[in-house]
Structure formats: C-alpha cells, structure tokens
Design a protein around this ligand. Structure first.
Ligand code: ZN
Length: 155
C-alpha cells in the first residue's frame, strides 16, 4: 500500500466511523463552526482541567467526509494535550494544509503525524482546505472562549 492509499484509507475510516462523535460528559467549553460553501457544520466540546490540559474533547456535526474525518482526527490528537502544545499542533496542521510543509513538532507520535498528514492532499483544492480546517479553527475558538461563531467565509 502506498502512502496515498494509506491516507485515503484513514480518511474513509474516520469519515465512516468518527471517533468521539458525541457530547462529552462535563464539558466546560464549546464552539460552533460553519462552512457555508460546502454545508459543513461542527460543534466542538471541550473539558479542560486546571493544569491547562484538554481532558476530553468531542464533536457533533454533519458535512462531507473530509470535514467529519478531520474533526474525528482532531479529537484523537488533541485529547490529553496541554493547551500550548495543542495550539502548536494546530499551527503546524494549518500550515501543512496550505503548502504541504512537514510537521515541526517532535513531540508527536508517528501515528498521530500520519493521521494528520492523511488530510494533506486537500492542499490542491482550496475549497477542501476549508472542509479540513473547519473543526480545527472551531477547536481554538472553544479553547480561547471566543464568543463568535466560526464561519469560513468571514475569516
Ligand atoms: Zn466539506
């Protein structure tokens, strides 16, 4: 299996069987996001503890396979991470979506990097970049308790 096939497999798997697709118990932060161009909607729920760690994260939403897979991958990667690390992961992820650059972070597991890299194919399709980044932008809004709703067309 080559890398491209592996990436497709990962996206299909997360799109069909999304992880953490529910409202997590005892969430204390949340945010909503909308991508009107494609019709993707996502609602991110976070439970953060006093040590600035994301104890639990989940999502609800509907949309294309890319947006669901991306939200599912997000929850898997971010769960248990400290806020500062989570933000660095987000920066790296968004950079990768834009120009295909490699991850700078050394602190991630190989399988975590591969999950995120699986979405790197969207960089050729600007519309799809919005699908893939929606959940991640929404996650930061939740973490930073911004009151506005994420809208990919009003960035
Ligand atoms: Zn979409």
């Amino acid at each position: 299996m080559d890398l491209k096939e592996l990436y497709q497999e990962i996206i299909l798997d997360h799109g069909k069987n999304p992880r953490n697709k529910k409202i997590c118990n005892g969430f204390n932060k949340d945010a909503k996001g909308h991508n009107p161009l494609c019709g993707d909607k996502v609602h991110i729920y976070l439970k953060t503890d006093q040590n600035k760690k994301v104890e639990d994260i989940s999502f609800e939403g509907e949309g294309c396979a890319i947006s669901i897979a991306s939200a599912s991958i997000l929850t898997e990667i971010i769960k248990g991470k400290e806020h500062t690390l989570a933000k660095k992961i987000l920066e790296d992820f968004l950079k990768m979506l834009k120009d295909g650059s490699k991850f700078q972070l050394n602190s991630l597991e190989e399988n975590e990097k591969i999950s995120m890299m699986s979405l790197s194919g969207v960089k050729k399709f600007p519309m799809r970049v919005k699908c893939a980044s929606l959940a991640w932008h929404t996650f930061i809004h939740a973490l930073e308790e911004k009151k506005t709703k994420v809208n990919t067309e009003k960035a």
